[in-house]
Design a protein around this ligand. Structure first.
Ligand code: PLP
Length: 521
């Protein structure tokens, strides 16, 4: 008998037969203590409200002139306990990093230290307004200046634009700076080279800026094909965009040569730094010849994210691109104070403009800076070390059961598997991922990178303990064994235990229904 990590026999060995028991429906639609939950608009009546308001004095009613409301406001009315229960029930339908390991490759779902939350909630950071006089927000400007200092030091780059609000927004910032730099030389180029394995945002950003995207081939060992790169580099190439470590979880060994070849044709080298968590404190992108790189603060430096929540994607820039950085930026007044430069002065007129209305995501800046300071330089080096160690532990622990497209040598911060090992089982990568939900784990990233058939990309991050990694590995191994033993039924209709079963993912992507419409009475 195998025991799971808490020493109990695993469910499958207790002889629980899969589908018959799982399919037994409850009478109310609830699943155990998980209540079925309607939308708040379906719950709340218009006649109810959560607070007692004094009766309205009709004689005052036209104080607002034309602004007096003539129709129903259309917000649902619920009492305080009803409102709380609604949102708590909804929160229970979500997986969260605070519930269990969240192995989404490329997304870096790591623990968010509560200290960071405490710092971000300090009134001097949380309650300020972007239009407040600068003299009243010197502490916030000082924090941004220090964050910029740390980012420049960790990357070995001379400048950083803090305002981009996500990784993809950072890519846009980097390419706009690159376009401005070429235009300043009177050399408007048209092409951007992107490897086949790139994150979808890379070609999307290049196309959005108006560039023609040309793909670079990949070698058999999952790296940029240098010969193909060299063949496609010419004087119309504006930039080469490479992710390092790349989306196969591998370090681009030829990165310095890629930078050299890129610069030799007068192009700029953009590095997608979303995976900086694998190399922070160990390699400085500036030393590798990078001209622009976004850093996902919400990945490498923790901060809650996912589901489109707030992110921050500062972009570090080389000396060649620094003059084109977007506004605003912070300068020291020399007397311990700081100015936020909103408009480019004549001496900085090469800026390409603004990325957003204000200065960026203050709450994320505070969290990321708190994370840096609580780890220190040595601690950040350890972060990269442990992230890579944990991924290699998973890679080694599953390699006898699951096939890997690049089995040779260690990986960086994420372990990549393909679906060759599922051949003949009737189980697909999607089925396998759905069955993981039944076992209490968020699935890994599926079918990405696209260059690997049926890809399963697992990123444990450094914040998982050996015990939690073992719990995860035990679950994946039990599922992999079941798949190979022909228990396809467990997988085909999974998840059995989630609030919803299989959704129509094609319809959800093609015709998303983003808005609730009242049913005609
Ligand atoms: C996450 C990620 C991005 C995009 O970052 P967002 O903050 O989601 O916009 C880009 N490239 C890579 C490799 C990523 O992992």
């Amino acid at each position: 008998m195998t025991l799971n990590t808490v020493g109990r026999p695993t469910r499958m060995e207790e002889g629980v037969s899969a589908a018959s028991e799982y399919l037994h429906p409850t009478l109310t639609g609830a699943r155990g203590l998980l209540q079925d939950e309607p939308l708040i608009f379906e719950l709340g009546g218009w006649e109810k409200t959560g607070v007692d308001l004094p009766d309205c004095d009709a004689s005052q009613s036209d104080d607002l002139g034309d602004l007096v409301r003539t129709a129903r406001i259309g917000l649902p009315g619920l009492s305080e306990p009803e409102t709380l229960r609604h949102y708590v029930r909804l929160s229970q339908k979500n997986h969260a990093i605070d519930l269990a390991l969240y192995p989404l490759g490329s997304c870096t779902m790591k623990h968010n230290p509560r200290l960071n939350e405490k710092m971000a909630r300090l009134p001097g950071f949380a309650d300020i307004h972007p239009l407040q006089p600068e003299s009243t927000v010197q502490g916030a400007l000082s924090l941004m200046d220090r964050l910029a200092h740390w980012l420049k030091t960790l990357t070995g780059m001379p400048a950083v634009a803090l305002s981009p609000k996500a990784g993809a927004h950072g890519e846009l910032c980097g390419l706009l700076a690159i376009r401005a730099a070429h235009e300043a030389k009177g050399d408007a180029r048209k092409t951007v080279l992107v490897p086949m394995s790139a994150h979808g945002t890379n070609p999307a950003t290049a196309a959005f800026v108006g560039y023609q995207v040309v793909e670079i081939a990949q070698t058999d060992d999952g790296r940029v094909d240098l010969a193909d790169l060299e063949a496609k580099l010419h004087d119309d190439v504006a930039a080469v965009m490479v992710t390092n470590p790349n989306t196969c979880g591998l370090f681009e060994r030829d990165i310095i040569e890629i930078a050299r070849l890129t610069h030799a044709v007068g192009a700029y080298f953009y590095c997608d730094g979303a995976n900086f968590n694998a190399i922070v404190g160990r390699v400085r992108p500036g030393d590798l010849g990078v001209d622009a790189m976004h850093i996902n603060l919400h990945k490498t430096f923790s901060t809650p994210h996912g589901g489109g929540g707030p992110g921050a994607g500062p972009v570090v820039l080389s000396a060649a691109l620094a003059p084109f950085a977007p506004t605003p930026w912070i300068v020291s007044t020399g007397e311990g104070g700081f100015d936020l430069i909103e408009e480019a002065k004549a001496d900085a007129a090469q800026t390409f403009g603004r990325m957003c209305a204000f200065h960026g995501q203050m709450g994320m800046f505070v969290r990321a800076y708190a994370y840096m300071r609580s780890h220190g330089a040595d601690g950040l080096r350890q972060v990269a070390h442990d992230a890579v160690l944990n991924a290699n532990y998973i890679k080694a622990s599953l390699k006898d059961l699951m096939t890997q497209p690049f089995p040779d040598g260690p990986c960086m911060h994420e372990a990549l598997f393909d679906d060759a090992w599922l051949d003949g089982t009737g189980v697909t990568t999607l089925d396998f991922a759905k069955a993981m939900i039944d076992e209490g784990f968020h699935p890994m990233t599926m079918y990405f990178p696209l260059v690997v058939h049926g890809a399963m990309l697992i990123e444990p991050t450094e914040t998982e303990s050996r015990a939690e990694l073992d719990r995860f590995i035990t679950a994946v191994r039990a599922l992999a064994t079941a798949a190979k033993a022909g228990d396809a039924e467990r997988f085909k209709a999974a998840p059995f235990h989630a609030p919803l079963r299989r959704l129509d993912e094609t319809q959800a992507a093609r015709k998303p229904r983003l808005r609730w419409t009242p049913q005609a009475a």
